[in-house]
Design a protein around this ligand. Structure first.
Ligand SMILES: [Zn+2]
Length: 157
């Protein structure tokens, strides 16, 4: 039995707030984005492979998959920039908790930049899950921007 959470998300056994679905990749909202004082400071999007590879992305995946993931990541980052208007979108590939190939994109705003990324809130040490309505709406915004970018890319050719 496969207990990998991201495999379950890819197989639709666990609900996710999708931004993009393709043959090889699935892009969805991180339900535990960084927070400060109960507010989401950095909306976070996850780009994951449908197939299971280890989370040390530089070592655990075929180059072809990595390069494809990077190309998709760039496109999603540009959609986040367009949809969410952060100072900039930042990329991270750590995967220390979930051992499944994934890349994280953070929409980072100047006012909330804490110099670290965490969903732990204050002294109680509780994690803060994002509001479902907010996740749904934000995923939708990025989906729309993603379509616009794809269209613009097609027109360039
Ligand atoms: Zn997996």
């Amino acid at each position: 039995m496969n207990e990998c959470v991201f495999c379950k998300i890819a197989n639709k056994e666990i609900k996710s707030y999708k931004v993009y679905q393709g043959k090889e990749f699935i892009v969805f909202m991180d339900i535990f984005p960084p927070t400060f004082d109960d507010k989401i400071t950095m909306p976070t999007v996850i780009i994951a492979t449908r197939k299971h590879y280890g989370s040390n992305v530089f070592e655990d995946s075929p180059e072809k998959i990595f390069l494809k993931a990077m190309k998709l990541t760039r496109r999603v980052a540009r959609a986040m920039q367009l949809a969410l208007k952060p100072e900039r979108v930042c990329l991270m590939t750590e995967g220390m908790e979930i051992n499944h190939f994934h890349i994280k994109l953070y929409a980072v705003y100047k006012d909330f930049y804490q110099g670290y990324l965490s969903s732990i809130k204050g002294p109680e040490n509780k994690t803060t899950q994002a509001d479902k309505k907010w996740l749904k709406q934000t995923a939708k915004k990025i989906r729309i921007a993603l379509k616009e970018i794809k269209k613009a890319e097609k027109q360039k050719k």
